[in-house]
Design a protein around this ligand. Structure first.
Ligand SMILES: [Zn+2]
Ligand SMILES: [Zn+2]
Length: 343
């Protein structure tokens, strides 16, 4: 099992995050935001495999590449596209889907489940290509459990609404399901012979209530799991962009509490700390503040992206050094290192 990520787009340009959760039995693909040109580094088959598209907010630099995504997926058969965003996402996406001429759509597949949240409840709507997206069919409201938008067998997707000037920006976190491995020691000291039943114990689609035959005897999956399976927490990755939390504020405290122990945090780094006044005015963090946040939240590693083009590559390198003063495990994405000196 693993979480793999890739920052799309170049330093100083629009960025997005392509994320893969591989459980060993199935793979889920996520895209966080969809700025202009961000999808050019993905293959069409990768774009068509994305099942969750999560928008932090709908400022242009986070949504300008959506037409490319839509073109690849508008009539995707079998698997719906799940879209997530802050309140207003359903209306915005509905308008966007309808802003094309549709006259050859009636036999086309294509299902879009758009969900929006204000932090405690998830509203949803289903939109269909064969209807030319005429109606946003409302889905029942679902109260969030803590910060979880959805808990699926292989992952949990969480949301934390952050302030970004006068609008919210949603931070997302993906947490893999617990990992299940067979204990070699338990097997060594057991009278059971290894067989296909071992695989069933780590299979996420098989529930504890089921039963299985081992050496001709019937056993409960729950009992076998208790004896042979070692569980460990899955990996986690959080994506935070376009936000500002003030030092000492309740929101910052709650954010640190939420992020605590997250393996990887991908964060915006729009402003050099010398431009803090501008960062405050525009609802963004500075490089130093992002480092302090990562340090206070005791996260595993910090990846910086969404750099302002007002700065030169030398400035960006200085911003990373500034972040590292409070959080040494900060870095730019690996493939940016050739365009940013001394980073
Ligand atoms: Zn932005
Ligand atoms: Zn923004």
């Amino acid at each position: 099992m693993s979480i793999q990520w890739q920052i799309l787009g170049q330093p100083g340009s629009d960025n997005a995050v392509f994320l893969t959760v591989d459980s060993g039995q199935a793979v889920d693909h996520f895209l966080f935001d969809c700025g202009e040109g961000c999808l050019t580094s993905l293959r069409p088959s990768q774009i068509q495999a994305i099942t969750h598209l999560a928008f932090s907010h709908f400022h242009m630099d986070h949504v300008s590449g959506f037409d490319t995504f839509f073109r690849h997926n508008y009539n995707r058969p079998d698997t719906p596209v799940n879209v997530w965003g802050p309140t207003g996402a359903i209306g915005l996406m509905h308008h966007r889907f309808q802003s094309f001429s549709w006259n050859l759509h009636r036999d086309q597949p294509g299902e879009w489940i758009v969900r929006e949240t204000e932090g405690t409840t998830v509203e949803g709507a289903r939109l269909l290509t064969r209807e030319a997206f005429a109606t946003a069919h409302s889905l029942p409201s679902v109260p969030m459990t803590g910060r979880a938008l959805v808990t699926a067998p292989r992952f949990t997707l969480e949301a934390f609404l952050l302030p970004h000037g006068s609008i919210p920006s949603v931070a997302f976190r993906v947490i893999e399901a617990e990992r299940r491995n067979i204990s070699p020691e338990a097997l060594q000291y057991s009278s059971h012979k290894p067989g296909p039943w071992l695989q069933a114990l780590t299979e996420e689609s098989i529930s504890d209530e089921e039963r299985i035959s081992v050496d001709g005897t019937d056993h409960s999956i729950a009992d076998l799991r208790a004896e042979f399976v070692i569980t460990s927490p899955g990996e986690s990755l959080a994506y935070l962009t376009d936000f500002r939390v003030e030092p000492e504020s309740e929101t910052r405290e709650a954010l640190c509490e939420w992020l605590k122990g997250t393996n990887t945090v991908i964060s915006e780094c729009q402003y050099h700390h010398r431009d803090r006044a501008l960062a405050i005015r525009n609802g963004h963090m500075t490089s130093r503040e992002v480092g302090q946040l990562a340090s206070d939240a005791q996260v595993g590693s910090l990846v910086l992206q969404h750099l302002s083009r007002r700065y030169s590559p030398t400035d960006w390198a200085a911003m990373l050094r500034e972040t590292k003063l409070s959080f040494p495990r900060a870095a730019f994405p690996p493939d940016w290192q050739s365009s940013i000196p001394e980073s």
